[in-house]
Design a binder for this molecule. Structure first.
Ligand SMILES: [Zn+2]
Length: 183
């Protein structure tokens, strides 16, 4: 079983893990972790509550399974998505912990290709593709830049028309175009 998560290093307890994950969900851009769960540990309600209250304690299930580094710990009879992902990296306590993040909460930015979570921005290019916040902002800046440039060239052309001059804009790749019709 492979689960998607954002791992936290040395989260003290479940509350800290949950709050931290919520915060990171808002600002997350990058690559999420895909963890291959090697063993699922099921606990009674009381055991699981105790586990959640102290995520930095050495645990028997980790010591007893030294060859395994990726666990999913959950309460008996609950869905796997409610459990805590534990990556030990050879330590006897849950060095890294994470919560399962659902597939539908990940968006792929159509502009930079990175994954992000949280509310997508809508691209100005087609008014429908989803882009990350950073790209949304960049697009807005580009858009603004183009409008300012176009305005500048129009004013320039208006003046140039009086003198019978044609304004041509040449792009870096050599492509030339008239910004506004030359009268
Ligand atoms: Zn992006």
């Amino acid at each position: 079983m492979v689960v998607k998560t954002i791992l936290a290093r040395k989260a003290v307890n479940y509350e800290q893990l949950f709050d931290g994950t919520k915060k990171r969900i808002k600002t997350f851009i990058g690559k999420f972790e895909e963890i291959e769960i090697e063993k699922v540990i099921e606990m009674t309600k009381d055991e699981y509550e105790e586990f959640k209250s102290d995520l930095l304690k050495n645990r028997d299930f980790i010591k007893e399974n030294k060859e395994i580094t990726n666990f999913l710990v959950k309460e008996i009879g609950t869905p796997e998505s409610t459990g805590i992902i534990v990556v030990t990296e050879g330590f006897d306590y849950p060095r890294y912990t994470g919560l399962t993040i659902k597939e539908e909460n990940f968006h792929k930015c159509s502009r930079c290709g990175k994954y992000f979570i949280g509310e997508p921005a809508i691209s100005r290019k087609d008014n429908q593709s989803e882009v990350c916040d950073a790209c949304g902002l960049e697009e807005a800046m580009e858009d603004f830049g183009h409008r300012v440039m176009l305005e500048f060239c129009r004013n320039l052309q208006d003046k140039a028309n009086e003198l019978g001059l044609e304004i041509i804009v040449r792009a870096e790749d050599g492509f030339e175009r008239k910004v506004v019709p030359y009268k």
